[in-house]
Write a protein of this length. Structure first.
Lengths: 318, 681
């Protein structure tokens, strides 16, 4: 695993969250990252290779590569630079459970900042970024574009407060897959606090469309560790259900169940070829961005292995 | 151990609060939002044994603090040292004012009042000084301070008892204001009493609403004097009263249905009464009665039933209420006075409007109080007043002179020049007379309103004589008349009415006649009053008041006697007698006699209770409990003693200090208990 040079150069999320403006937050992360890593081998990887594909009837003749035809007397379709650019859809969970946070900021804020960071990063590279926010239904849909002002709209949509009641991954994912026909990268940011079966079904659907999918599982440290000391009435933030809980007695079972849930989610992802990253909200965002890039790189490698038809022209790998 | 304010001990119930709070604390109050409960199992609350023990100690501390505070507020003291209030009671000076007004005649009131007064005397400490006075229209001292101190403490109650037995309620109206002022002044004048000794006026009265308090207005109360009231309530509040109306109960002869006023008390429950005539002495009903309805709190005027024709004295009686003391109304019906007036002179034709007699006869009509018998040239022997005119025969002139000289008064009208001659004869001296010169008409001027004849006209609205025009007059030179007084002149300076002293009597000389040839006088509104005024001047007749209220002091001439109905004499001192009870009084002045009806003061019939606030607003320094019973007073005295002992012991201070100490301990202990909790969090 590649680690950044110094830990001290990272900005702690708590300091970052003190900045109110989302776009500014994203810029700080990305620029810090950029400055630190601009000599890294991953630089520019996201500029996708341009593909030559054998012509098949029905293809647009405008895209025929006449030079190749002249040289080899074969019809090849040349995919243009812009078309092959990365289309990334950020799917951000805005359900109420994302409103929970024990560190002074919520999971939702963290997830928004993460999404904004990725969007900003990709946007800078000239990639098209789209956004879908959802809770139990779709809230905001911004198609993937790389256009002046688009980033700003995206930030505004991200900044919308969490409003929904429960998390339902399946319906929004199905809908978005129906709308986004072109294959691209789908980044799903959620706390996955939903029954496991729903999650599996939803992820299967995403994969079925051939999208490259990365799942960021955002968790609060309190959720992950359950370090409460006093007995209290715990109230479900989504449905308001109340339960008397003495943490000392239930911690063990909680952690067991929780870890099982996470493990199940991870195994599902692996099975489906989905990148799974678990993030607690105290993790610096630079590292989260780094995780994103690492996942992309790994998947690119894997694709090269699994799809030999793909041309070997990975500028990114250079 | 006793408590001054034991009700505060109820505050000790507040110990329930910490207990409840501690009970509440046992169930977690902490509520925490969490993202999802999907991984959580419910766990029943459990409490560790140790923390519970600690909190019980805290709980006990808190309960103790509350208990101590409640205990301190209840002002505890040790009863052992409370002095016996009665034995060492501080010296006190009090004046007991016992109401003896007519309203105290109501059933049960007087007995109650005397027993209360006795009780006051009985409860007095040996060092106290008490004076007992009775008041109605005036204040009478029954037992003075000197008498009280001279008596041995054991004999005081008996002395008071004896004095009380010697009096009873009178018929007078109560002058409460007067009594209070005189008692306060008396207390203020007690020189030998120190300034710190409380002075008290105790009023034993029924405190009726019409008590007279005018004297209290502006009275500056001496310091250290307090007033308290022992209010006696009558057994019955159903009281209706019978009183004369101002103009209704006149002594009109022939008026047999006088207008009377019936008032019913506001609290009265009865509204139906009967009004009947009764014998003034025995009260036995005479004749028929009529039913009268009077609403509670209202008064109404009503005509009495027909007066029965009987020679006995009568009174009106109202029946149907429960308090008979104000149910009788006495009415004096006196015969009109017989007055003899003699007319001498030629122009005495009965029906000749040109003569003087014609007008004179019509002027002296019979009135309520007076019947004038006018005789025409019939002699002067029994006449109270004589009027002469014209040229008189020699015999009449002499007779008239003799009549006046004997002390009588006569009017001589000089209606012509012959009459002037007669006047000379009567006066016994020559007069310079002449027919007066009148231009157009003459009027009266320079009228002497100080003279009794003109005194009734002295008021400006009656004093205008300019409307009376004179056509003819006789002129006199008054130089020769040494003892003549000019009462009025004509506007040509000639005397119009002269008063000339003749012997013991007086002769009034009018220089013009009243018949139409001479003047308009007979047609004027002044004519009849002027004649009556002369008649009064001549006879000295005075109008007698015939309807008064009890307590009125009436004038009476020297040597007259006043008798009650039962024949007993009423003392008349210095020309006045006092109407001391309702009834008919017969006043005999020489040959003449008249009756005076004396009725109860209407104020005494207003038996509602006086509002104590009315007294307070008049500045009366009321005792804290202005109207108190003896039980209250006793309790008060005990409380005062307890307060004194408590203020000496001041145990509450120590208890509060202890409570404060416990508060400190609790604070420290609570802080110590909660410290590890913070560390854990």
């Amino acid at each position: 695993m590649v680690q950044p040079n110094t830990r001290s150069s990272l900005i702690h999320p708590k300091s970052l969250m003190a900045i109110r403006n989302l776009e500014f937050r994203a810029r700080i992360v990305v620029e810090g990252f950029w400055n630190g890593l601009h000599r890294s081998p991953y630089h520019g990887f996201s500029v996708e290779f341009t593909e030559f594909r054998q012509y098949s009837p029905g293809d647009d003749l405008r895209y025929l590569d006449w030079r190749v035809f002249a040289r080899s007397d074969r019809y090849y379709i040349k995919k243009f630079e812009d078309e092959t650019n990365l289309r990334c859809h950020l799917l951000v969970d805005h359900s109420k459970s994302m409103g929970y946070g024990s560190l002074g900021y919520t999971k939702g804020e963290y997830a928004n900042t993460l999404a904004a960071t990725i969007a900003y990063f990709l946007f800078k590279q000239g990639d098209a970024v789209g956004l879908v926010t959802f809770d139990e239904q779709l809230r905001d849909i911004l198609p993937a574009r790389n256009r002046a002002g688009h980033l700003r709209q995206l930030m505004l949509a991200l900044d919308a407060p969490v409003a929904g009641a429960s998390t339902d991954l399946k319906l929004p994912l199905t809908r978005i897959m129906q709308m986004v026909r072109k294959r691209g990268v789908v980044v799903l940011i959620s706390d996955l606090l939903t029954p496991l079966e729903d999650l599996q079904r939803a992820l299967a659907e995403v994969c079925a469309f051939g999208h490259e999918t990365i799942l960021f599982h955002v968790l609060d440290p309190a959720e992950a560790q359950f370090q409460f000391s006093d007995a209290a009435i715990f109230e479900d933030i989504e449905n308001g259900r109340k339960l008397y809980v003495d943490p000392a007695t239930v911690r063990k079972s909680y952690l067991g169940k929780f870890q099982a849930h996470c493990a199940a989610a991870q195994s599902t992802c692996e099975k489906r070829g989905i990148g799974y990253v678990q993030l607690t909200t105290d993790r610096p965002l630079e590292l989260a961005l780094f995780d994103f890039l690492r996942q992309r790189m790994e998947r690119a490698k894997r694709r090269r292995v699994t799809a030999p038809a793909a041309r070997e022209q990975t500028k990114a790998a250079a | 151990m006793s408590f001054l304010a034991p009700l505060f001990l109820l505050g000790g119930l507040a110990v329930a609060l910490p207990i409840i709070f501690h009970l509440i604390r046992r169930t977690p109050m902490l509520q925490r939002q969490f993202s999802s409960l999907m991984f959580l199992n419910p766990s029943p609350p459990q409490l560790s044994r140790r923390s519970r023990l600690d909190k019980i100690l805290l709980l006990l501390l808190r309960c103790l603090i509350i208990g101590l505070i409640a205990f301190a507020f209840a002002r505890p003291f040790l009863r052992g040292s409370v002095p016996n209030a009665g034995a060492t009671g501080a010296q006190k000076v009090s004046v007991v004012l016992l109401d003896t007004s007519a309203s105290m005649r109501r059933e049960g009131v007087w007995t109650e009042a005397t027993s209360r007064t006795r009780e006051l005397a009985r409860r007095a400490a040996p060092a106290d000084r008490i004076q007992i006075s009775a008041f109605d229209r005036a204040v009478r001292r029954l037992l003075s301070f000197e008498d009280w101190t001279a008596l041995r403490p054991e004999g005081r109650v008996a002395a008071v008892e004896q004095r009380l037995n010697s009096i009873g309620p009178t018929w007078y109206a109560g002058e409460l204001g007067n009594a209070l002022v005189s008692a306060a002044e008396q207390l203020d004048e007690l020189a030998e009493v120190g300034p710190n000794i409380p002075k008290e006026i105790v009023v034993v009265s029924d405190l009726q609403e019409s008590s007279r308090l005018q004297n209290l207005q502006g009275f500056e109360w001496p310091k250290n004097v307090q007033v308290s009231f022992v209010t006696i309530a009558a057994k019955s509040r159903n009281n209706a009263a019978l009183h004369p109306t101002i103009e209704g109960v006149s002594t009109n002869r022939g008026e047999t249905r006088p207008l009377v006023r019936i008032s019913n008390a506001a609290e009265s429950k009865r509204e139906q009464f009967k009004l009947t005539w009764a014998d003034a002495r025995s009260g036995a009903p005479v004749g028929l009665s009529i039913d009268v309805q009077a609403l509670a709190g209202k008064a109404r005027a009503i005509r009495a039933p027909q007066q029965p024709k009987t020679s006995a004295d009568l009174r009106l009686v109202l029946t149907g209420d429960e308090e008979p003391f104000d149910n009788s109304l006495f009415i004096a019906t006196s015969e009109p006075e017989q007055v003899q007036v003699a007319f001498l002179g030629a122009g005495a034709a009965e029906n000749d409007p040109a003569g003087l007699y014609f007008y004179l006869r019509r002027a002296f009509q019979e009135t309520q109080r007076r019947k004038v018998n006018l005789t025409n040239n019939a002699g002067l022997s029994s006449a109270h007043f004589a009027v002469a005119a014209d040229a008189l025969p020699e015999a009449q002139s002499t007779a008239l002179r003799g009549y006046v000289e004997s002390g009588h008064t006569a009017l001589f009208v000089v209606n012509n020049s012959q009459a002037a001659k007669s006047l000379e004869k009567i006066l016994g001296q020559s007069l310079q007379t002449s027919e007066g010169v009148v231009k157009g008409y003459g009027m009266l001027e320079q009228i002497d309103f100080t003279h009794p004849v003109f005194a009734p006209f002295a008021e400006p609205r009656f004093s205008d004589f300019t409307k009376i025009h004179f056509w003819k007059m006789r002129h006199f030179e008054t130089n020769g008349l040494g003892n003549a007084r000019v009462l009025a002149r004509f506007d040509n300076r000639s005397p119009a009415l002269l008063e000339i002293g003749v012997g013991n009597g007086k002769l009034l000389v009018l220089a013009s006649g009243w018949h139409p040839v001479d003047s308009q006088l007979a047609l004027s509104t002044k004519f009849v009053p002027l004649l009556y005024s002369m008649l009064d001047y001549a006879g000295g007749f005075t109008e007698h008041t015939t309807l008064v209220t009890v307590g009125a002091e009436l004038p009476v001439s020297q040597g007259a006697s006043v008798q009650r109905l039962d024949g007993s004499a009423v003392p008349a001192e210095a020309g006045r007698w006092l109407a001391d009870a309702p009834g008919l009084f017969k006043v005999s002045e020489g040959a003449r006699s008249y009756k005076v009806a004396v009725n109860l003061d209407p104020a005494e019939s207003k038996t509602g209770t006086l509002d104590i606030d009315a007294l307070r607003s008049l500045g009366v320094p009321l005792h804290a409990q202005a109207t108190q019973t003896f039980e209250q007073a006793d309790r008060e005295r005990k409380t005062a003693a307890a307060i004194e002992v408590e203020s000496r012991q001041k145990m509450w201070r120590w208890v509060i200090l202890a409570a404060l100490a416990f508060v400190l301990v609790e604070t420290w202990f609570g802080a110590r208990l909660s410290r590890p909790v913070f560390a854990e969090a």
